[in-house]
Design a protein. Sequence first.
Lengths: 114, 118
Amino acid sequence: GQQLNQSPQSMFIQEGEDVSMNCTSSSIFNTWLWYKQEPGEGPVLLIALYKAGELTSNGRLTAQFGITRKDSFLNISASIPSDVGIYFCAGQLPGGTSYGKLTFGQGTILTVHP
Amino acid sequence: NAGVTQTPKFRVLKTGQSMTLLCAQDMNHEYMYWYRQDPGMGLRLIHYSVGEGTTAKGEVPDGYNVSRLKKQNFLLGLESAAPSQTSVYFCASSYAATRAGFFSYEQYFGPGTRLTVT
């Protein structure tokens, strides 16, 4: 099946630092989504991207849809302790038969030290 | 507007027992999904539904059955639980939104059910 390679697998940073993570695929996607999952909760949608080259922000979070349509990036600026969690990327393949099925990355575990 | 809800939140089963997990959404979404999440494995699709009365297999369907008798509910059943089914189960729902000239399906997740099979 399709695979998304998400990196890094984990990050340990100090409060105030910036964070970058990315996802790459061997397939082209027409939608990239970024989710955050806090301990004991379900994933929550942070940012959705629909066009190659698109750059979208949500507060301190900025995500980009790669030009090749095979990758996406998420940056968090000036991290704070509540940024702790697992961040997932997800891609949607083009075509009418995907029925909304998403391919998920393995997740990036973010730890922020005060 | 509760979004996606799941019951129960926790459950412990003995090997061979059966149970049903309930997912309900109040957003009038056509599409619903069941995932399992295991450490280091990300989210894997078990079954999904594109509308009331329809179901289809996902990536890891063996040992599970599903039903979508009502649009707002999606049930996941384990007929004979095995220790390998110990996991956290998430339900999600979506709708077809027109974005940049195509349909995009942003999925919204429930809070999860933590299942342990001993």
